[in-house]
Design a binder for this molecule. Structure first.
Ligand code: HEM
Length: 515
């Protein structure tokens, strides 16, 4: 009798699970399924890659090394269309085409970042990059004026000075091989600290080096969580893994706190001296005579009760990380490409010779804007090597997209910038380096969202103009003095996953002084 009841109970359970499986992917820990508006099978709109275990795609990344995690997405992109996966109770909508990117990035309801951004919370807490809703709106409004054209114009002197300082290290050398991963990040960290934070790193150089080293441990932690679904939530992670990274977090937070403390003192002095010399119609924030660092805006907003000290720390950590790491990657690959494509380097150089004085004295934004080919060159570099290869969003409610998909609440949306930028549907010979693609005539028929290195829509990169200006300034300064020759074979580059684009090997070039 008992056996009969047991059989009935099991059959009922199986039947119930079978019916439930229509709406939920039962084996993938009850992930709610993505539906289509017209009831067509989901496979008519997206690809549905099979998982490696019976648990949907939950454990597809488990046990993979950093290169394996990166390559997994590249393999998936060969499906030729955007795809849906189901992992650990969550639907994941992966975009590899410009049309879907357009739909998602322009959806006003899709401004909340995805689950993986939670892995950055111990480091950045909820600053501009990771926050959402009212908090994000308020911070974006507060920081937008600090990237105003006038302010960027005033940063140009710093970029120039830092570029010249960068070149000083090769003084007296006619030829030298450099590891770009070792020398570039110091330049970009110095630049962001002096522009955005208003603090020179000269006497803090060692602390800057420690910041960068410890940043690498934080990234390690990020990847550990990404590739192990057991650590996706905070509870198990905090219990078993968080302590391994506590000291690295102390170092990076200590560094940013020291910068804030230094700037508070400098700002008080500066405001005092400005009060004495200011004329009635001078704007204290955009005064022509002296720069106003971005951090100053935050400190002044604190005085008005619009942000507190923790908020300032969040934004300083965010700006410092975003501002130094992303531009480093752009410059590393930009210089590598200069070496690899001598003819294109020459076109950049000739243009620089035409517009820029040898001592860089006229190198301001208007001159930089005349360097059209350099602009195409940097853009093409960021197409093939986008510093942010992946972006993520999450739905906060069931969301219907104009392409006919209905995404359940808490769906993760992954925008594979790396794959969109190499999608043959939008790019001819996508693997080839061809800066000319970005000339106005060659760009006019291209889908706007086929190229999104700085994202697009409401949550686009606030620092994109700053980044282009900084990267171009260093490239001009280097090309003025040196010819760049290739060292690293691009075929040998192994990409690995990270918070931003990473390679297993360091990238080297040879600098040869121009006669
Ligand atoms: C080559 C350089 C850069 C690239 C490729 C880049 C790319 C991006 C991308 C793709 C996003 C969107 C991220 C997402 O949705 O998850 C973003 C956001 C952001 N970027 Fe950049 N970035 C660069 C440089 C900078 C610089 C120099 C700064 C600051 C000085 C900066 C500050 C930010 C901030 C604060 C956000 C968050 C904006 C928001 O959500 O409102 N970025 N960046």
């Amino acid at each position: 009798m008992l056996v009969l009841w047991l059989v009935i109970a099991v059959s009922a359970l199986v039947h119930w699970l079978y019916r439930l499986n229509k709406d939920y992917y039962v084996m993938s820990f009850f992930a709610k399924r993505v539906r289509t508006k017209d009831g067509q099978p989901l496979s008519s709109l997206v690809a549905l890659p099979k998982g490696v275990t019976i648990f949907g795609n939950s454990f597809d990344l488990y046990g993979k090394d950093h290169a394996g995690v990166f390559n997994m997405s590249r393999q998936r992109s060969k499906l030729g269309q955007s795809y849906v996966e189901y992992g650990m109770g969550t639907p994941i909508y992966n975009l590899i085409d410009a049309d879907s990117a357009d739909i998602v990035l322009n959806n006003q309801n899709l401004i909340t970042k995805g689950l993986v951004y939670n892995f950055l919370h111990p480091f950045l807490r909820t600053g501009l990059l990771t926050s959402t809703g009212k908090k994000w709106h308020a911070r974006r409004k507060m920081l937008t004026p600090t990237f105003h054209f006038n302010i960027l114009g005033q940063f140009q002197e710093i970029f120039k000075t830092e570029s010249q300082k960068f070149l000083q290290q090769f003084k007296g050398q006619d030829e030298t091989i450099i590891s770009l991963n070792d020398v570039i990040p110091r330049f970009t960290l110095n630049s962001i600290c002096e522009t955005a934070m208003g603090v020179k790193l000269d006497e803090m150089a060692e602390k800057g080096d420690r910041y960068r080293e410890n940043f690498a441990s934080i990234e390690e932690c990020f990847i550990r969580r990404l590739s192990n679904p057991l650590y996706w939530g905070d509870t198990l992670f905090n219990l078993f893994a968080a302590k391994d990274y506590a000291s690295a977090l102390d170092v990076v937070h200590g560094f940013s706190s020291e910068i804030i403390a230094k700037r508070r003192v400098l700002l008080e002095d500066e405001l005092e001296s400005r009060k004495e010399t200011q004329t009635a119609d001078e704007d204290l924030y955009a005064g022509k005579k002296k720069r106003f660092a971005m951090l100053d805006t935050l400190i002044c907003a604190e005085k008005d009760g619009l942000i507190d000290h923790t908020g300032i720390c969040e934004e300083v950590d965010t700006l410092m990380f975003e501002g130094y790491d992303t531009t480093s990657i752009g410059l590393i690959f930009g210089l590598m490409n200069m070496g690899l494509y001598a003819d294109k380097q020459e076109l950049c150089f000739q243009e620089i010779q035409e517009h820029i004085e040898d001592d860089l004295s006229n190198l301001d934004i208007s001159q930089l804007n005349k360097l059209k080919y350099l602009d195409y060159f940097v853009k093409e570099t960021m197409r093939l090597y986008p510093s942010v290869p992946i972006m993520g969003r999450a739905t906060v409610q069931e969301t219907e997209l104009s392409n006919g998909l209905i995404l359940p609440k808490a769906t993760q949306i992954t925008i594979h910038v790396f794959d969109i930028h190499r999608n043959p549907k939008f790019w001819d010979s996508p693997e080839e380096f061809k800066p000319e693609r970005f000339s106005p005539e060659n760009s006019q028929n291209r889908h706007t969202y086929a190229y999104i290195p700085f994202s697009a829509g409401q949550r686009n990169c606030i620092g994109q103009k700053y980044a282009m200006q900084e990267m171009k300034t260093l490239l001009v300064a280097v090309l003025k003095q040196f010819k760049i020759l290739p060292v690293t074979d691009p075929e040998s580059i192994v990409f690995t996953t990270g918070i931003t684009l990473r390679t297993k090997n360091k990238i080297q070039v040879k600098l040869q002084r121009r006669k």
